[in-house]
Design a protein around this ligand. Structure first.
Ligand SMILES: [Zn+2]
Ligand SMILES: [Zn+2]
Length: 267
């Protein structure tokens, strides 16, 4: 039964963090989020946390950008579905992002071209290039790419259903136009946003297309009303204590959540 007017958990948008670290190490896995049952966002090493018997449930994968920490487990994941394959897995993303995967990953050199195997009529994967702000509707969920500011073509994704609305930033840095994009996505029940580097390394963060706590603070300061919750991802493991101590200065209180492999959130 719903509690306090909230829909019961089964109906609410569910986000499982399979991985969201900015590096690797024991318990540290790179970006892969599972949405409800059959949708993934990115396919980093966190995808290795999805039990094998659940792999065949996945029907759609939304890619933020082609950097390896976001796609490195996609080839082996698809390879494992070869035998049980019944219909193509749809790989969604900005056209430039999908072209990079086609040309540099599924190119018969690094890995077979799974867009033609086992047969061109019924391949393992089918690319679905998206325009910015083009919404995909799946199981009562609207999923829309939102431009990110990274070193390569990149997007985040806005997810909304009847009950909630969240934005996953993907990898991004800050500028005023990016703040406007987030403003246009408001109101948000949840903003999942990266914060890779500490303030001390702001120059590096800007060059690498990432955020620091103070850049995140500037972004939040420009919003007309804050997201209800802010989930932090992509912290470099060796810099985690410094990033967290810098984030303390933003005084986000209980609205701030540090996300890691194994966390589940209902929106
Ligand atoms: Zn990246
Ligand atoms: Zn990344």
């Amino acid at each position: 039964m719903p509690v306090n007017g909230l829909p019961d958990e089964k109906k609410r948008l569910k986000i499982e963090i399979l991985g969201c670290s900015g590096g690797i190490g024991p318990g540290q896995h790179t970006t892969c989020l599972r949405i409800n049952e059959r949708i993934l966002i990115d396919a980093g090493s966190g995808l290795g946390n999805l039990p094998a018997e659940q792999h065949a449930l996945i029907s759609d994968i939304f890619i933020t950008h082609a950097h390896l920490d976001h796609v490195c487990f996609l080839p082996m994941f698809l390879d494992g579905l070869f035998e049980q394959h019944t219909r193509p897995i749809r790989i969604h993303g900005l056209a430039n992002v999908l072209e990079t995967l086609q040309q540099h990953l599924f190119n018969w050199k690094l890995w077979p071209d799974f867009s033609t195997l086992p047969s061109p009529e019924n391949p393992l994967l089918r690319y679905n290039p998206l325009q910015l702000n083009q919404t995909v509707k799946l199981d009562g969920l609207n999923i829309t790419p939102v431009l990110a500011r990274h070193t390569v073509s990149a997007s985040g994704y806005l997810l909304e259903d009847d009950y909630g609305r969240m934005l996953f930033s993907g990898d991004t840095t800050y500028d005023a136009s990016y703040a406007q994009l987030i403003e246009n996505s408001l109101p948000l029940d949840l903003l999942i946003i990266e914060c890779a580097f500490p303030d001390r390394l702001e120059d590096l963060a800007l060059r690498a297309g990432h955020l620091t706590p103070s850049l995140l603070g500037k972004l939040l300061a420009r919003l007309s009303h804050p997201p209800k919750r802010i989930g932090i991802t992509h912290i470099k493991p060796t810099l985690a204590e410094e990033v967290k101590s810098d984030l303390d200065r933003l005084h986000l209180g209980e609205n701030l959540i540090y996300l890691s492999s194994g966390t589940s959130i209902h929106v």
